[in-house]
Write a protein that binds this ligand. Structure first.
Ligand code: AMP
Length: 288
């Protein structure tokens, strides 16, 4: 496996790969790889001849310094996982390589990025679109793979790629969960045992939402109340938001239809977690 640490090196490597007639898929991550990331690598492998995994804890997308500092960085273990998975190249740039002295450009997303995560984490999506644009510009993949766990991010990335004519196919991969339903996240490693136990109320609240809709409920307000009730019953968890939105616009909806997505963010033992599920979709819900 090639380990590449600056944009020029990764550009050279992918140019050579393409010149050999092989397609390239990129899986952007911030490392601390888990089974959710591995599902992205599988999806990448299914679609392209070669897979590049980028690992970069992007300072630009963190709204809080303590979260950036506490973010896990097990680089050697991550490279080991990539090797085991047969990843062709790991792109592991330093912050100095990504944002050298004088760096002064941002890719500013529009309306899709204003609510929910955008409202609660100022600057977050500008950091995401800027780093994703840089990664796509350096790697120039045929396909880039993202998780539906970060549903709003996926929508913002799709919009950016369309609006800026970046010419890469964006693939979304369903959320991978623990057996009890908790969505896998690099931040889960920061949950102590009691916080980990409490966190299961998040997928349970989504199951409650799904049950309600299956029983015929179509009021978004009623579904949001049900989600809140499950989470509020857990004292160790503080809900930041729970909303039913249209998955295409991330605008709140009042009536639930096939585009409805319930999205939430909550604090559990000092760790901020997000989750979501479709409400009237074939494979909706955490299924626990
Ligand atoms: P991160 O390293 O957390 O920035 O995530 C990198 C990519 O992995 C993003 O596209 C995430 O949406 C995706 N991802 C993270 N957790 C999961 C999960 N549990 N299931 C599916 N995709 C995930």
């Amino acid at each position: 496996m090639h380990v590449l640490t600056d944009p020029e090196a990764v550009r050279r490597w992918t140019s050579g790969t393409r010149a050999d007639g092989r397609t390239v898929a990129l899986v952007p991550t911030m490392g601390a790889l888990h089974a959710g990331h591995l599902a992205l690598v599988d999806a990448a492998r299914e679609r392209c001849d070669t897979v590049v995994v980028s690992i970069f804890v992007n300072p630009l997308q963190f709204d809080r310094r303590d979260d950036f500092d506490a973010y896990p960085r097990p680089v050697d273990a991550d490279l080991g996982h990539c090797r085991e998975l047969g990843v062709d190249a790991a792109y592991v740039p330093t912050a100095a390589a990504m944002y050298p002295e004088g760096f002064d450009t941002r890719v500013e997303p529009g309306a899709l990025a204003t609510g929910l995560e955008g409202a609660h984490r100022p600057g977050h999506f500008t950091g995401v679109t800027t780093v994703v644009t840089k990664l796509l510009a350096a790697v120039r993949p045929d396909v880039a793979v993202f998780g539906e766990k970060d549903a709003q991010q996926l929508a913002v990335v799709r919009r950016t790629v369309t609006d800026l004519d970046l010419g890469v196919e964006i693939v979304g991969v369903p959320i991978v969960r623990e057996p009890d339903g908790l969505a896998l996240s690099s931040r889960n490693t920061r949950l102590d045992p009691s916080a980990r136990a409490a966190a299961v109320c998040l997928p349970r609240s989504l199951v409650a939402a799904g049950d309600l809709v299956r029983a015929g409920e179509r009021s978004a307000a009623a579904v949001e109340r049900a989600v809140r009730a499950v989470i509020d019953s857990e004292r160790a968890v503080r809900l930041e938001y729970a909303e039913v939105v249209d998955r295409r616009t991330f605008e709140p909806v009042t009536e639930i239809d096939e585009h409805a997505l319930v999205v939430l963010a909550a604090w559990v033992g000092g760790v901020r977690l997000i989750d979501n599920c479709s409400l009237l979709d074939d494979d909706a819900g955490p299924g626990v």
